[in-house]
Design a binder for this molecule. Structure first.
Ligand code: SP5
Ligand code: ZN
Length: 353
């Protein structure tokens, strides 16, 4: 399997994230990607190369998924943060004030001139540090997703966008959950634009793919499915329930499988089988898999009990759909094990494909 690897990912390396009133060390660290890269190389699971995507082509792909004012914010957020106070150059940018939803009367249509307030307009949590290299890393990561979609459009059976920061929590105009640009959505839209009439996104990260769901919620041409920890108790808390089935033209084209903390292999696989049936029933001609390995029993911030030995069969089950498939690297915070788990799934896919 071809892997598109982000050459700029390490320029995004947060120091601390806010968690329950404390700043704690970031979980989403550069070594996550290094472990995956090295394990794929060790097992010779296909070539690895950086994406070759021109700026104009990338900008057009980003604009298909994200709002102009949000992209403008992201491109300038770090410089604006430092301009607010030169001492900010030594600190990651984290928001601390939010407008809340429209129902609470705060306005979302006026972008504040204060750079710290702007963080709150576009971020939905205070656990997603933004720094000098974030935009460069996120852009290059989106280029990986786009190049993976292009490779599949050119005839590859599958491709893996090995990037960080991850993407599936980022929406049309917001970031959070360690995510800034929605790489899976960018790949799905590129597959649509490249001629696939019906694209399915099957998110297997531990956390609900709220950004992807929101991006496609009113569309019937992209089916969004997510298996994840029940938002009653699990991050991102405010989306991911089973009764979210799409809206308008998209009614019936979103499905969620919220699963309780402690869910093990058998129950998770049963949910996966339902999701696979939904993909087949939809008549998808291409598949995008936001691939989080935080379903692993040893994950430090998650609550499922999948074992390393489960992942090859999961990959094989995905391959059995027989669809051109793009994988995007999402979560997975058991750093020393994330490479083996990712390689297990991708090798399982490749052997069955
Ligand atoms: C892509 C992805 O998997 N994003 C997940 C974002 C989860 N953010 C909330 C993490 C809560 C961290 N808990 C810290 C525990 C400190 N002991
Ligand atoms: Zn996750």
């Amino acid at each position: 399997m071809l892997t598109l690897i982000n050459p700029h990912h390490a320029e995004h390396a947060g120091r601390q994230e806010m968690f329950r009133g404390r700043l704690v060390d970031c979980h989403e660290v550069p070594d996550r990607l290094h472990y995956v890269r090295d394990e794929l190389q060790r097992r010779a699971i296909g070539p690895q190369r950086p994406p070759e995507v021109g700026d104009a082509v990338l900008d057009a792909a980003l604009a298909r998924v994200h709002e102009p004012r949000y992209l403008h914010f992201l491109a300038n957020a770090w410089d604006d943060w430092v301009a607010l106070d030169p001492a900010n150059a030594q600190r990651d940018a984290l928001p601390s004030v939010w407008p809340l939803p429209q129902a609470h009367a705060f306005r979302h249509d006026r972008v504040p001139l204060n750079a710290a307030a702007r963080l709150g307009l576009f971020a939905f949590d205070s656990g997603t540090p933004l720094m000098a290299g974030t935009w460069r890393a996120a852009r290059a990561g989106a280029a990986c997703a786009l190049a993976a979609a292009q490779a599949v459009l050119a005839g590859e059976r599958s491709a893996f966008a090995l990037t960080r920061p991850p993407g599936h929590h980022a929406g049309p105009g917001f970031y959070g959950g360690y995510c800034f640009l929605n790489n899976a959505a960018i790949a799905a839209q590129a597959l649509r634009d490249g001629g696939h009439a019906r694209v399915a996104v099957l998110d297997v990260d531990y956390h609900h793919g709220n950004g992807t769901q929101t991006i496609f919620y009113e569309r019937a041409d992209v089916l969004t499915l997510s298996l994840h920890g029940d938002p009653h108790t699990e991050y991102p808390f405010f989306l991911g329930h089973a009764d979210e089935t799409g809206a308008g033209a998209g009614e019936g084209f979103n499905r969620n499988w919220p699963l309780p903390r402690g869910t093990g292999t058998a129950a998770w696989r049963a949910a996966l089988d339902e999701a696979l049936q939904a993909v087949a029933g939809f008549g998808a001609t291409a598949l995008v898999v936001p691939l989080g390995l935080d379903t692993y029993e040893g994950d430090p911030i998650s609550g499922f009990e999948l074992r390393s030995g489960d992942y090859p069969a999961i990959g094989a089950a995905l391959a059995a759909l027989g669809l051109p498939t793009v994988f995007t690297f999402e979560g997975g915070y058991a750093v020393a094990e994330v490479g083996v788990n990712a390689a297990n799934l991708l090798e399982g896919f490749e052997r069955a494909a």
